[in-house]
Design a protein around this ligand. Structure first.
Ligand code: PLP
Length: 401
């Protein structure tokens, strides 16, 4: 059988993720990796997960091992709904919440229920690689909107909306790959444009709680969403959240908050994908959330990642040659480096890997351009390795400059 002649047309659009491929290489213990978006494993609440798993099996017994509803387990949906409700102003109900197998599954399902082939979809350029990977096979047409230190340039958005677009995908807070955050002024303007043009926004926010400096900002969802006369959620925004960065990614638990009509369609498609998200992991996640483990984790994560970010920023200033610039993230896991235009990040990577340091070249995050950019993760490597790794990268850049 020649399987190569059998594949569906949509597989032609699919690309292997550069990050996933690199992760295989960076698994070598002597490699200093700034490549993946991995949290620090030494900060995982291993004991708390063990206790929660034990508690779940005594408290919920076989129910935690049984098939469950596609929507997710009720207590976890209620926990998410409560987190997004605003007393007296906005009610988010259980019906507005879908539990997904990692936020990534939500992104995939959202694309599949909303986008037709050829639909123009506005994304920040650069944007999250795995969103491009998930939606490319749908045959959509990505339209890039530029971003700067204050996130998406919302003024550049309106002309694109006038030309017609199906929806917007954005990571307003601690963007992947840039680490930048959409200012309050731009959030308000974005919410205004959603209403003016009647266009939907997928607000992807896996990193929002990992803030190390600056003031917390409202979600665009919060600025837009309203309860109608019957108390039903009405929003232009579909919100995507995850426990991956505040608990552990291995649990693979995320959520979508949206109007009931959207959740209904997502549920139908999720049924065809995996029936439902792991019941046991949902109960474990719910127990951890209920028992305050996220509140315990956040200050630990913030302190450690803030220190690592600061070490990386100081090392970049010390070791990188003139003409190289980088973003200054207030949170999240990443920053982005821009090299002088004549340098190609893929060449730098090759030289860096020979010296046992890895990062992800920026090109794959871009719709166009970005060959002279790369993304650095600062959460995974230990502080001394961050210092050493940036020093080595600085030497590589000095040799290539
Ligand atoms: C912007 C963005 N969205 C979504 C995800 C997926 O998160 P999850 O682990 O919940 O699938 C990630 C993971 O790195 C991400 O960076």
């Amino acid at each position: 059988m020649n399987w190569n002649s059998q594949f569906a047309t949509r597989t032609q659009y699919a690309k292997r993720s550069a990050v996933r491929e690199l992760l295989k290489l960076t698994a070598q213990p002597d490699m200093i990796s700034f490549a993946g978006g991995l949290p620090a494993p030494e900060l995982f609440p291993v004991e708390k997960v063990k206790e929660a798993a034990d508690l779940v099996l005594s408290e919920f017994g076989p129910q935690a091992l049984q098939y469950g509803e596609t929507e997710g387990i009720a207590p976890l949906r209620d926990w998410v709904a409560a987190k997004f409700s605003r007393a007296g102003r906005l009610t988010v109900r259980r019906e507005n919440v879908l539990i997904v197998s990692g936020a990534q599954q939500g992104l995939d399902l959202i694309g599949r229920v909303l986008l037709n082939e050829g639909d123009p979809v506005i994304v920040e350029n650069p944007t999250y690689l795995a969103l491009l990977g998930a939606w490319r096979p749908l045959g959509v047409r990505f339209v890039g909107v530029p971003s700067d230190q204050n996130g998406m340039v919302v003024d550049a958005l309106e002309p694109l909306l006038q030309q017609g677009a199906k929806m917007i995908y954005s990571i307003p807070t601690f963007q992947n790959p840039q680490g930048t955050t959409l200012s309050l002024e731009r959030r308000l303007r974005l919410a205004e444009l959603l209403r003016k043009y009647g266009i939907g926004l997928l607000e992807d926010n896996p990193y929002g709680e990992l803030r190390y400096s600056g003031e917390a900002l409202p979600h665009v969802f919060e600025l837009d969403a309203q309860s109608d006369a019957d108390g039903r959620l009405r929003s232009h925004v579909i919100y995507s959240g995850t426990f991956s960065k505040v608990l552990t990614p291995g649990l693979r638990i995320g959520w979508v908050v949206a109007d009931e009509a959207v959740i209904d369609k997502l549920v139908m498609f999720k049924q065809g994908t995996d029936l439902h998200t792991s019941t046991l992991n949902q109960y474990v996640t719910y127990t951890l959330a209920r028992d305050g483990v996220i509140e315990q984790q956040l200050p630990r994560l913030q302190a450690a990642y803030c220190q690592r970010r600061d070490i990386m920023l100081a090392a970049l200033a010390r070791h990188f040659p003139a003409g190289v610039t980088w973003t200054q993230p207030d949170g999240g896991l990443f920053l982005m480096v821009t090299l002088p235009a004549h340098l190609n990040a893929a060449d730098v990577l090759q030289a860096a890997i020979a010296q046992k340091v890895a990062f992800v070249p920026g090109e794959d995050f871009h719709l166009t351009g970005g060959q002279n950019t790369f993304r650095l993760n600062f959460s995974n490597a230990q502080p001394e390795r961050i210092e050493r790794g940036i020093e080595i990268l600085g030497q590589v850049l000095n040799q290539l400059s």
